[in-house]
Write a protein that binds this ligand. Structure first.
Ligand code: C5P
Length: 229
């Protein structure tokens, strides 16, 4: 039979949310389910790739044949990504990384202060994981994700440039029944054309597993076009 499409490629994928500790019992996080990243991992293995899945805290089972690295915080995810990036051909950033973490994690459980009606947490910015990977001297081919509520093309195009990515998959998270936590998703892929123009490619709305495969097939065409022969 024919060689599978992604045979010989090692693909790293970040998935799920990150969790930023406040104190020993509390954290900041988001509603990412990890489903899109896990669907990509499963689809990539089915297409013949070797897959390393760097996952934040999620309740999903590891797809068969996938090497999984579990992390909790953005800093742990960055460390796992930096460790994996030198050995992989593609890096797909599907994780919903917390933009901020606590400037200092409290050693003990914070107490409610009865004399105050308010509470302030001091946050500092987390590193941008996929941008750090893309900025490496010999970076893997990078694909980012962008969840937007408006101006898809403009914001996705900005992120593609700012983070130095090869491709970005954008979804409108305001569309009913799609995106975060949902089984189905709709994505528009953006990348640069022969000139500096932004090229878009709409993937039809479908189950995340089928969408993942369509994304990987399109990405493979782009990757081949960009590789020196
Ligand atoms: O900036 P925004 O969070 O919308 O960008 C989304 C893309 O960047 C995703 O691919 C996400 O995984 C990645 N990202 C990252 N590290 C961050 C923030 C976002 O890798 N700190």
């Amino acid at each position: 039979s024919a060689t599978p499409l992604l045979h010989g490629l090692h693909i790293a994928i970040t998935a799920g949310p990150t969790r930023e500790a406040i104190d020993p019992v509390r954290y900041l996080s988001n509603h990412s389910s990890g489903r899109m990243g896990f669907a990509l991992a499963e689809a990539a293995v089915a297409l013949g790739a070797r897959v390393t899945l760097i996952s934040g805290p999620v309740t999903l089972e590891t797809p068969a044949g996938v090497e999984r690295i579990d992390v909790v915080s953005a800093l742990e995810m960055l460390a796992a990504a930096e460790q994996t990036a030198p050995h992989c051909d593609w890096f797909i950033g599907c994780a919903a990384v917390a933009d901020y973490r606590l400037a200092q994690i409290s050693e003990h459980k914070l107490k409610k202060q009865s004399d105050h009606g308010a509470m302030t947490l001091h946050l500092i910015e987390n590193p941008d994981i996929i941008a750090a990977v893309a900025a490496r001297p010999t970076p893997p081919w990078t694909i980012g994700f962008a969840a937007e509520t408006r101006e898809l093309a403009q914001y996705a195009g900005d992120k593609l440039r700012r983070k130095g990515l090869d491709m970005i998959a954008a979804n409108d998270v305001t569309a009913p029944g799609l995106g975060f936590g949902a089984e189905e998703n709709a994505l528009t892929l953006y990348h640069h054309g022969e000139g500096a123009e932004l090229v878009s490619h709409v993937l039809p709305t479908c189950h995340k597993r089928a969408l993942a495969e369509a994304l990987l097939r399109y990405a493979h065409d782009r990757y081949r076009a960009h590789q020196p022969r």
